[in-house]
Ligand binder design. Sequence first.
Ligand code: GLU
Length: 284
Amino acid sequence: MQEEITEICLATRTSQLLSARRLIVKIGSAVVADIETGEVRGPWLETLIEDVVRFFARGQQVIIVTSGAVAVGSRHFKQLGRSLRIEEKQAAAAIGQIRLMLANEQSLKRHGFGLGQVLLARANVDDQRCRRNARSAFQQLLKVGAVPVINENDATATPETCLGDNDRLAARVAQIAEADVLILLSDVDGLFTEDPHDNPMARMIPQVSRITPEMETMASLSPARHGSGGMITKLMAARIAMEAGCNVVIAKGNKSYPLAALENGAPSKWFIPAAKETATWGVV
Ligand code: GLU
């Protein structure tokens, strides 16, 4: 695995972020929601939206993929004192989703932006006509200054029919939108030799240009603490996005202004595909 890994300098990272025409920012449940209280982390979200607005001000486009619907809605089922059944999770998602969107909308509105909610199911992203429709919706939303904010349609999803994690959903969105950069904001800032929550001596691996079986094994040993993702879904997402020529970044998102931090060199893991064409809204 050693020969796959090379350092990527801060200047390169910054230039990748600055030169991207279209970016997908995926927000994990543990980042956007206070897992204890089930509240949306409003003050943090304000700072993320400020970051996003800065990208738009530079002429870049941003599409947000947000998790957190189940995390935010679950508190209504707290009294059950057990993990939620499928139908309870679906209802929790329906309650949490609207709260997430309201919080995003309020923050965007302060900066003169609108919001367009797009809920996708696995069947949608697997279907070419639906992908085209989704892409047209993204284009039209961006044209009128409404930021597309996407989640899986969890209220009707079942384990057999869902994508299940927003890492892969975000990668599919990156494909559909022909994004140049996919940023996965979670509670870890990269790929580690061991789970950093268990072993503080765990070493982070910097840039990757090819995902190896060793990395997949390592990742599968680090499941998500909150939400449905984890290192393995991030690697799978990286594979999907890289195949579409999109750079992928895994970064810690829970501090204020996470995108500004990334530009200023906060620790992150970069997956850089071999070749990349400019984002053009071509055939999907
Ligand atoms: N779509 C789920 C939600 O909004 C999150 C899936 C994930 O954790 O990746 O709660």
